[in-house]
Write a protein that binds this ligand. Structure first.
Ligand SMILES: C[C@@](CO)(OP(=O)(O)O)[C@H](O)COP(=O)(O)OP(=O)(O)OC[C@H]1O[C@@H](n2ccc(N)nc2=O)[C@H](O)[C@@H]1O
Ligand SMILES: Nc1ncnc2c1ncn2[C@@H]1O[C@H](COP(=O)(O)OP(=O)(O)O)[C@@H](O)[C@H]1O
Length: 288
């Protein structure tokens, strides 16, 4: 039995550069992993089937599950007929902008590479991951990186300065495709991606806070007032800087001083069920 941890990501920046002929968008986004993770167990079976067991009733247990698609892709690409039972212990909120499904797929690729002794590098797994979804390549490595192309072109960056991350997800789901579809490219205020990269190089917390930006935030906020309210509340209760992650609806707040975290968490819990206070992970996943 193989165990893998599948951490969530947040977007420190998210810029959209252009719409592509294939329907996707060219993006430029800085992502980092946080210590909120799904747990995945991979158990070999004799029946040549891929099965999914999940602790969460809204997670599909068939081929719609991104972890299933990861196993299926490896089996087809390397002409294998091994059976595997994939058990998912979900902790990352679903359809939240935190890449939970993508991280499960990435962890399944890493884990099956070990279980089936395929000898693939992380770079090779990241290329395969791009066939499953735009965020899977980043999730194969974890850590901190700038992602370009449709998200699959990864350049590693230094870990962010240490701080707390308070995550809060309102009880609405958003469709990533719908949010990209409603973006008006001619009226975008681009985030300061270069400045964020400098902040990470310099390990400058204040500069990192001042450089947060996500062009999808106004789109999701225009559709869901809950996100606007949550961001305002997090700022009011004392987070140093607040941004929506990915296509949302999760909002995260950066907090330098640990003593301020309980007050923010308790205040948010009054009107939002899904609240987590976690640390940045920041460093890439290490494989033996
Ligand atoms: C917005 C981001 C930011 O990290 O994440 P989430 O909010 O989903 O976590 C990503 O770009 C989401 O990546 P991912 O969730 O893997 O998206 P995919 O399954 O590949 O695509 C879902 C849909 O989003 C749109 N899409 C996605 C990526 C991209 N670069 N351009 C797009 O236009 C397309 O309409 C696509 O059909
Ligand atoms: N392993 C998985 N965990 C969560 N959701 C999954 C998984 N596999 C497929 N999905 C589907 O993907 C959709 C988006 O899931 P998720 O990755 O949690 O969101 P996001 O891309 O916004 O971070 C969900 O609606 C769900 O039906």
């Amino acid at each position: 039995m193989i165990y893998e941890k599948a951490p969530a990501k947040i977007n420190l920046t998210l810029d959209v550069l252009s719409k592509r002929p294939d329907g996707y968008h060219d993006v430029e986004m800085i992502m980092t992993t946080v210590d909120l993770a799904d747990r995945i167990w991979l158990r070999p079976t004799m029946d040549h089937a891929i099965t999914i067991q999940s602790s969460h009733r809204f997670v599909p247990n068939d081929r719609k599950n991104l972890a299933y698609q990861a196993a299926d892709l490896l089996r087809k690409r390397y002409r294998l007929d091994y059976g595997v039972e994939i058990t998912l212990d979900k902790n990352i909120p679903i359809a939240a902008g935190l890449a939970g499904g993508s991280s499960d797929a990435a962890a399944t690729l890493r884990g099956l590479n070990r279980l089936w002794e395929l000898g693939l590098s992380l770079d090779e797994l990241a290329v395969l991951g791009a066939e499953i979804g735009s965020d899977v390549s980043f999730c194969v490595y974890g850590g901190t990186a700038i992602a370009r192309g449709r998200g699959e072109d990864i350049t590693h960056l230094p870990a962010p300065p240490n701080c707390w991350v308070v995550l809060a997800k309102p009880t609405i789901g958003v469709s990533t495709g719908n949010i990209y579809g409603q973006l008006n490219l001619s009226s975008i205020t681009h985030p300061q991606t270069e400045r964020m990269m400098e902040a990470l190089q310099e390990s400058n917390y204040d500069k990192m806070c001042a450089s947060l930006g996500n062009v999808l935030e106004p789109v999701t906020m225009g559709l869901h007032k809950e996100v606007v309210i949550l961001k305002e509340q997090m700022e009011r209760f004392g987070a140093d800087a607040v941004l929506m992650s990915g296509s949302g609806p999760t909002v995260f707040g950066l907090v330098k001083h640990e003593s301020r975290v309980p007050k923010i968490v308790n205040a948010l819990k009054g009107f939002c069920q899904d609240v987590h206070a976690v640390r940045m992970l920041g460093e890439p996943i290490v494989v033996d």
